[in-house]
Design a protein around this ligand. Structure first.
Ligand code: OGA
Ligand code: NI
Length: 387
């Protein structure tokens, strides 16, 4: 089926599933759709559950605060204490911060962005060879990972690759990504290690606590492409969500559009040349018993674009049966664990089945907030941790 089979505007009598499938089967993503010269967006991109028109957004929170920017220069010096305190504060109050002077050369960041851009602007036939919705494949291109579970599409395409523990072999990448992706992956892994130590220190844990838990061992890199959108008020680049992993380090270009929910307001993560964005994921919120926040975030669609971003997700150790729960050492007397223990496999399966529907996955793993059986069935979830 071709992109022209897609219906534009709101036509309630047509089956949405057929339209989603038609879009998927073009294997051309949103960019392919746009290349077919549409001026209105198909209804599969319009999500009635999106609340963004109802909420204001701005550069600042109500109290005038902006997403914290932390300078990582001289991380081993006397400044370290101050840096650790800033990371602690940002992780507790925001769940996100920007890092400058992190040590990754600006040329590497630029090459990574241009490589991602080049991929998405390659001829459709070349991208189609990579098209796959199987998230377990080492390398894959697709639009909207939760297309069928959420029954809506986001205004973005993604090329992703699992870089650790076992990277894909070079010939699995397009030639122009063969050098830059492993190079960027190595740099960001080193930065991940630095941040893992700072986070442990901020919590009063041994420096290598998170490193020994192996949560830097699995690394997945996404290359998102958010095309300019003819009707940005009707759709979103990424629906509001939290990242289901431990930690995300995100590189964004100069366009903007990423926002975080803070104190009931959407606050922009303003692009800063050479900076990287760090956000806490669900597993870190779970392990810190809610002390560090897995921040809700979203990406607006815009007339400006394309926008390119490159998230690096640090996902887990390589042992699928290991259970993670609130860290005992962090529970002071009288403090009870707020979350159940869960394995990575169980949590990710839950995330993938649920998709980005705007609610936090973690809510369903709260000790007091057990998910009702009917909802479990609806989501197709077979395994949940016992209470
Ligand atoms: C993500 C994400 C934000 C962005 O990939 O999980 O939130 O700016 N990306 O692309
Ligand atoms: Ni995210």
């Amino acid at each position: 089926m071709s992109a022209s089979a897609l219906v534009t505007g709101v036509t309630p009598d047509l089956d949405l599933d057929i339209e989603l499938k038609a879009f998927d089967e073009t294997k051309a993503g949103v960019k392919g759709l746009l290349d077919s010269n549409i001026s209105t967006i198909p209804r599969i991109f319009i999500d009635p559950l999106d609340d963004y028109p109802l909420l204001s957004s701005s550069r600042q929170a109500k109290d005038g605060a902006v997403v914290p920017v932390i300078d990582f220069s001289d991380v081993g010096s006397r400044r370290r204490k101050e840096m650790v305190a800033q990371v602690r504060d940002a992780s507790e109050k925001w769940g996100v911060f920007q890092v400058v002077n992190h040590g990754i050369p600006v040329t590497t960041l630029k090459e990574m962005i241009s490589g991602a851009l080049k991929f998405h602007e390659s001829p459709t036939e070349e991208k189609q060879q990579f098209y796959s919705r199987d998230l377990n494949k080492k390398v894959g291109f697709a639009s909207t990972f939760d297309l069928y579970s959420r029954k809506r599409a986001n205004w973005r395409d993604t090329f992703r690759c699992h870089m650790a523990p076992e990277p894909p072999s070079p010939h699995e990448f397009p030639s122009f990504l063969r050098e830059i992706v492993p190079e960027y992956s190595k740099c960001v892994a080193e930065l991940g290690e630095t941040i893992a130590k700072i986070l442990a220190e901020a919590l009063g844990l041994p420096l290598n606590y998170f490193i020994n838990m192996e949560w830097l061992k699995t690394q997945s890199i996404g290359m998102h492409y958010y095309p300019a959108c003819p009707q940005p008020e009707l759709t979103q680049g990424a629906t509001k969500h939290t990242d289901p992993y431990f930690l995300t380090i995100l590189l964004q270009d100069h366009i903007g559009g990423l926002q975080v929910l803070h104190g009931g307001n959407w606050v922009e993560v303003t692009p800063i040349h050479g900076a990287l964005i760090v956000n806490i994921g669900d597993f870190l919120q779970l392990m810190t018993n809610g002390r560090f926040l897995s921040v809700q975030h979203r990406v607006l669609a815009s007339h400006a674009g394309p926008r390119v971003s490159v998230p690096c997700f640090f996902m887990a150790g390589t042992e699928p049966v290991r259970k993670y729960g609130p860290i005992k050492e962090l529970l002071s007397e009288g403090d009870t664990p707020r979350y159940k223990e869960v394995t990575i496999a169980e949590y990710y399966m839950y995330h993938r089945n649920k998709g980005l529907n705007g609610t936090s996955n973690l809510d369903d793993f709260k000790v007091e907030g057990l998910i009702e059986l009917s909802r479990r069935d609806h989501l197709g979830i077979k395994q949940l941790p016992e209470t």
